[in-house]
Design a protein around this ligand. Sequence first.
Ligand code: NAP
Ligand code: G4F
Length: 326
Amino acid sequence: MTQPIALITGITGQDGSYLADFLLTQGYRVVGMVRRASTENFERIEHLRGQIEIRQADLLDQLSLINLLREVRPREVYNLAAQSFVPTSWEQPVLTGEFTALGVTRLLEAIRLVDPGIRFYQASSSEMFGQVQEVPQTERTPFYPRSPYGVAKAYAHWITVNYRESYGIFACSGILFNHESPRRGKEFVTRKVTDGVARIKAGLATTLLMGNLQARRDWGFAGDYVEAMWRMLQQPQPDNYVVATGETHSVQELCERAFARAGLNWKDHVVVDRALVRPAEVESLLGDATKAKRVLGWQPRVSFHALVDMMVDADLARYERRSHAQ
Ligand code: NAP
Ligand code: G4F
């Protein structure tokens, strides 16, 4: 049998790196798409050098996507690239729409032109549920996005469904709830907190400025969630799936657990800064992954507490290594 080829956009991101790890264990030839930068940003895939191939293209550039597909001829394309930080989407709404919404149409058009038999995964988001219309949220819950990012992801979701229905492309939309890891970007709340805890423990800071502590999220482990992406593309039919843990926790609970893990009391360090509260908030998310469990045989393995502990421990170890190196 010939080796299957997977193309991952956004391979330098959190999910791209975990998905590459996973696909290599499944025997894939993994090709990662990166956009041009003046310096390489390969920290999350450093450990995979020599095992994966990197090619340049950009979601903003149609021809680069067509040429990439012509060269690589993948069986599966995982579209993980996006402007993914919600607050930035208010500061750069047009660019967010270009990457996160229209970029998906460009990629689907490239697939249609080069090889409509390619299986396509779109990284959709629970941010599309925004001001939630029901609890818990399922594949049938109507969207009510609350940020330019959420609006862009709703467009991307529907264009994925539309290319499935219009052209018969095997296009899946994975509606993933928040998922985190030690590789999470430091601006997202979980990593901001665990990195903040480690900085305080190391004596590099005394306070941590935070936004809305009452917001609630359904947080899972990124390493578990990338497996659901792959399982979607192995089914006989393309479809949409919610991927979530079915548990919701507040940002305050996150702070409590993370500081306690390092032997600290969050109340001594966390300071609320109104400037970090968003113009329109997604107050609470809770997913129902019954369909993913039944059809894909997928299960989350890492609990909320285990996830926070894993991230705090990784950041503590990082600062400890740094202090020993000095
Ligand atoms: P991330 O860490 O922010 O990674 C985003 C990736 O997109 C990076 O590799 C980035 O490359 C790349 N990218 C951005 N603009 C690009 C462009 N114009 N052309 C090519 N590449 C571009 O995000 P993540 O947490 O791994 O999430 C992966 C995907 O899932 C995203 O689409 C996100 O919106 C979605 N999602 C995430 C979650 C979550 O909780 N993590 C939940 C639901 C959906 P650079 O390294 O060059 O910046
Ligand atoms: O970690 P966050 O920035 O993630 P958010 O906005 O939920 O978006 C993430 O998950 C989405 C899936 O639902 C993805 F699609 C998206 O790409 C991204 O990965 O914020 C989580 C919550 C928010 O309610 C925010 O207001 O934490 C609250 N929060 C409170 N203080 C904070 C802070 N968020 C950040 N980033 N920084 C704070 O200081």
